[in-house]
Design a protein around this ligand. Structure first.
Ligand SMILES: Nc1nc2c(ncn2[C@@H]2O[C@H](COP(=O)(O)OP(=O)(O)O)[C@@H](O)[C@H]2O)c(=O)[nH]1
Ligand SMILES: [Mg+2]
Length: 201
């Protein structure tokens, strides 16, 4: 077990509407975490920050807020930004519009937003909404880095070929996607190291 890369993590803000968003600070890089409801965003953030800050296992589609977490790293202060989940079938059109409105308001002209970690269930790969999300984030001029979740559900011997298959199917990622399991704490250190290195350059 290596030394934890993020220290002194705390929740900084919970925002349900654009008016509640906290202003960016150009000295504090932000890394957003996006993905379908239930993909494991909150669990991954907790594993990464080594703290139970994000609520996990909530009713799918319930987290409608953007949550800002502030953490210290060897590269200095940064923010991990938990975006509301999408793709929950039972959501109404109004709720989808609400999601779009809040997330757009956050991303628009957000220079401190350096990277969007797109969480994808390792068992499923990209589903329809995921492809739309990837296109939309790229059209906003933001970099996407894919993080596979729940890898403990797939035999380790199949990890490489599974990842290669998804890449061949047209998944977009700024760098080779990292394979993680929040439950088994696998790939979490590699992800942390990648992120800290990424915000430094
Ligand atoms: N097997 C397994 N289950 C996970 C993992 N990460 C999250 N889960 C489960 O997936 C469900 C949704 O997780 P959560 O973090 O709340 O997802 P979110 O909606 O994207 O924030 C919960 O029941 C978690 O326990 C993982 O690495 N492995
Ligand atoms: Mg969550």
């Amino acid at each position: 077990m290596t030394e934890r890369i993020f220290t002194k993590a705390r929740i900084e803000a919970t925002c349900f509407n654009p008016g509640q968003l906290i202003p960016e600070d150009i000295n504090i890089p932000e890394i957003a975490v996006a993905g379908r409801s239930n993909v494991g965003k909150s669990s991954l953030i907790n594993a990464l920050l080594g703290a139970r800050l994000a609520k996990t296992g909530q009713t799918p589609g319930k987290t409608r807020s953007i949550n800002f977490y502030r953490a210290e790293s060897p590269s200095g202060s940064l923010r991990i930004v938990d975006l509301p989940g999408y793709g929950y079938a039972k959501r109404s059109k109004d709720e989808r519009n609400e999601w779009q409105r809040l997330v757009s308001a956050y991303m628009r002209d957000r220079e401190s937003l350096r990277l969007v970690c797109h969480l994808v269930d390792f068992r499923h790969g990209l589903l329809k909404n995921d492809k739309e999300l990837q296109e939309w984030i790229r059209s906003e001029g933001k970099k996407i880095f894919v993080v596979f979740t729940k890898a403990d559900k797939i035999a380790k011997g199949k990890w490489r070929s599974t990842r290669e298959g998804y890449i061949r199917d047209g998944l977009y990622s700024y760098d080779v996607p990292v394979i993680t399991s929040a439950e088994k704490k696998e790939g979490i250190d590699s992800l942390g190291e990648f992120l800290v290195k990424f915000v430094k350059v």
